[in-house]
Design a binder for this molecule. Sequence first.
Ligand code: GTP
Ligand code: MG
Length: 139
Amino acid sequence: MAGNRTFTMIKPDAVGANNTGAIIKMIEEAGFRIVAMKMTKMSGERAGQFYAVHKERPFYADLCAYMSSGHIVPMVLEKENAVADFRTLIGATNPKEAAEGTIRSLFATSIEANAIHGSDSDENASLEAGFFFSETERF
Ligand code: GTP
Ligand code: MG
């Protein structure tokens, strides 16, 4: 991925509130190109695999239930400095701490139902893109 790609997923609260289009518009207007995208759902087991890094945290079971509660929109995005710039665009994990104008400040409803995911490193961006998309789909 060499620093110019990241992975994101619009979460069930934002898809359920019909904010998918508004969020995609913000992503495109911020200069990200969508390289792969789909509307899908995760089982609780798949959500557990995706967030395995958090399996010792007290909120893990809730997080897996929430992430499998409705449709999600995973995407691979391209832009220079993609990982860091995208984390800036989405804002802090807790919407109460998210900077004004960020996606989470506008659309998140709680620290858990926080509208959108953004990869935290180039390595994780690549792994997470591979979790949802084949090599051909994200070429
Ligand atoms: P992601 O982009 O989704 O990975 O969020 P993040 O990197 O900003 O936060 P982190 O990886 O630490 O946490 C992953 C997800 O777990 C968050 O986005 C929230 O949905 C959820 N989460 C994090 N902290 C808490 C918490 O204290 N309580 C609850 N209920 N959920 C949390
Ligand atoms: Mg994270």
